[in-house]
Design a protein around this ligand. Structure first.
Ligand SMILES: *Cc1c(COP(=O)(O)O)cnc(C)c1O
Length: 437
């Protein structure tokens, strides 16, 4: 036990007296007072800027990107903000990923390297293109794809590596880009949770062949639904444009029906574009606040035995903190189940989530690979081998230990972080009593 840990422990276990730490109070689930009675910062944040934007778009009658200016202005501003050459807005993050895979020519019979610890859309888009998602285990220290295990998963069918910058931190881009260059396979960054995140001082989403973002309601930049693709390639940008515009290239408007390649309508509306322009006026300030609060919270939580905040790779120079994630070691909490820990935290006024389950084990994946179409493309032997290749034991364990806090909890005051840590310390101090409850 180091001195700070001992201090925390002593404070948490000292009984009675004026100097008694707040943590000696009974946990709220056992009838004590809650650490926090007020709510958390509301999300989304908006004011007259958003109100004016929606009204102006409405009154203009230009609701479609073909006759308005908002979406084009958003693309220009987001490209500038991220230091990207090109940007294409899309209906949502899922369609940004599908469009990118389409523009990269990923399709039936291909394999795409993915992490198992992500939102289901990362996997679904691979299946939508009739390709096979191949899972590479998670690095439990960082919650990101374990880049050291990627090369062994590559075959002659691998046509894309899709790291996710999970929670707003970054995957190990140095290692991933090196393998990708060596094997000549494009990298598609799923940066749907990592707005303004950086790797070695340069924005995530600008390192790979393309990078995708989501502006869905829970995300750090929000237009209800929305998405964007960043790319440094003019050729890929034009392919993506045609893909998301019903196979029609950029100059093809009105009744000029000339088609480039297959596609769909995955366009962003002018309402979304206008909302994003307004929301972007706050993004930098909110991101700074999340970063500062998260750093402070980490300094408090890492002193509590059994709480291990997600680490960042050296190259991660800015974490967007879409999620604040840590691992919970029940052994250090006297064997108290994670579910009981989460319940006790929630009772203290600190809502936490257990996060994702192991996606690679989802029955729907196997069912999809057993469909008629997949069976025409992949042999039974390959599908059987897929199950074996997709084992991710580190991720299985992580899924039983993870605890998440959401990004809106990080945009408030520094004292909010003190309360989060206080609740954890209180539960730690009373773990034995909570076990019996
Ligand atoms: C949100 C998200 C997506 C999908 O974005 P939508 O806008 O909801 O379609 C994809 N990948 C990750 C990692 C996400 O968090």
């Amino acid at each position: 036990m180091d001195s700070v840990t001992r201090r925390t422990f002593m404070a948490a276990t000292a009984a009675g007296g004026a100097a008694a730490h707040a943590a000696v109070e009974k946990p709220a689930v056992l009838g004590g007072n809650k650490v926090r009675t007020k709510g958390w910062p509301k999300w989304p944040v908006f004011d007259k800027r958003e109100e004016d934007s929606v009204r102006n778009t409405l009154l203009s009658g230009n609701w479609f990107r073909g006759n308005g200016k908002n979406v084009a202005a958003f693309e220009a501003q987001y490209a500038q903000l991220t230091g990207s050459k090109g940007c294409l807005a899309t209906a949502n993050g899922t369609s940004a990923l599908i469009t990118s895979l389409g523009a990269l020519g990923v399709g039936a019979g291909d394999e795409v390297i993915v992490p198992p610890y992500t939102f289901v859309a990362t996997i679904n888009v691979v299946l939508m293109m009739n390709a096979m998602p191949v899972f590479v285990d998670t690095d439990p220290e960082t919650f990101q794809i374990d880049a050291k295990k990627i090369e062994a998963a590559i075959t002659d069918r691998t046509t894309c590596i899709m790291p996710v910058h999970l929670g707003g931190s970054s995957a190990d881009l140095d290692a991933i880009l090196k393998i990708a260059a060596k094997r000549n396979i494009p990298v598609l960054e799923d940066a749907c949770q990592a707005h303004l995140g950086e790797w070695r001082g340069k924005k995530v989403g600008t390192w790979g062949a393309a990078g995708c973002f989501s502006f869905q309601a829970s995300k750090n930049l929000n237009s209800g639904e929305g998405g964007a693709i960043l790319t440094q390639s003019d050729d890929l940008l034009e392919k993506a444009y045609a893909f998301h515009n019903n196979s029609r290239g950029r100059k093809n408007t009105g009744y000029d029906f000339a088609y480039v390649a297959r596609g769909a309508n995955l366009r962003m509306t002018e309402f979304q574009g206008g909302l994003l322009l307004a929301q972007m006026t706050r993004l930098e300030e909110q991101s700074k606040r999340r970063e500062q609060n998260a750093a402070y919270l980490t300094s408090l939580l890492k002193e509590i035995p059994g709480v291990m905040p997600a680490k960042m790779y050296d190259g991660c120079t800015r974490n967007a903190y879409h999620l604040y994630m840590f691992r919970y070691d029940r052994e250090k909490f006297g064997g108290l189940d994670r579910s009981k820990f989460l319940k006790a935290m929630s009772a203290e006024g600190i809502p936490c989530s257990p996060g994702y389950g192991p996606l690679n084990k989802e029955p729907f994946l196997k069912h999809t690979l057993q469909t008629r179409g997949y069976q025409r493309i992949y042999s039974q032997k390959e599908i059987g081998r897929w199950e074996e290749r997709s084992r991710c034991p580190q991720n299985d364990k992580l899924c039983t230990e993870a605890v998440w806090l959401t990004q809106n909890m990080l945009i408030g005051e520094r004292s909010d972080m003190d309360q989060i840590a206080e609740a954890v310390r209180k539960i730690h101090a009373h773990a034995a009593a909570l076990m019996r409850a």
